[in-house]
Design a protein around this ligand. Sequence first.
Ligand SMILES: C[S@@+](CC[C@H](N)C(=O)[O-])C[C@H]1O[C@@H](n2cnc3c(N)ncnc32)[C@H](O)[C@@H]1O
Length: 219
Amino acid sequence: MTKGNSTKITDELYRYMLAHNPPLDAVQQRLVETTYEKFPDVAGMQSAQEQGPLLAFLVRLTGARHIVEIGTFTGFSTLSMAQALPAGGRVVACDVSEEWTAYGREAWEAAGVADRIDLRIAPALETLRAMPQEEHIDLAYVDADKESQIAYWEELVPRLRRGGLIVTDNTLFHGRVLDETATGSAAGVRAYNDHVAADPRMESVLLAISDGLTLSRKR
Ligand SMILES: C[S@@+](CC[C@H](N)C(=O)[O-])C[C@H]1O[C@@H](n2cnc3c(N)ncnc32)[C@H](O)[C@@H]1O
């Protein structure tokens, strides 16, 4: 086996990388800071800073108009995707927390994109199953409870249009995907990665971005 890119991302290299990416705008920056101030114990759930511009890039690249997000938290990823949508585009944002998503609502208003975001407070599986069965989703971002990911995948794939994209976060799960005895979330991610890699309907690549990011395109 050849050894892949072994560049270790030191703090200095991480800062360099961010300095060469599109900067966060004032609303995004404030939302990131507010999340760390208000919820220091769980703020690490927020998508990494470089993922905001990446998600926006993918929305523009695919020309996505109908986005589904599973796992909104305080709304950073939602905001990044909504800002990149063309006129008439929509994000259906799924979460179970009124408390966390309230900070998202504030930021979406401040950024002038609240009218593009349809926040559904309910278990995401219920929200997905209530959606039309036909192929209509252009892009989905999966970033919630890891044990349910295969179920999300199975609801999303038939509803995804051809060429549409599923972006899944944390697919290296802090390296714990290597643990064959893993339980809970790590086991959920392990099972999901195997499921995704074996699905002939989709073409997938697992990338070492942040905590692992898998991009899956419908054939
Ligand atoms: C990792 S965070 C999402 C981070 C977000 N994408 C961001 O960039 O800030 C995971 C979120 O999934 C939500 N969640 C957990 N279980 C859920 C479920 N069954 N249905 C919908 N959302 C769920 C949690 O409330 C939490 O806000």
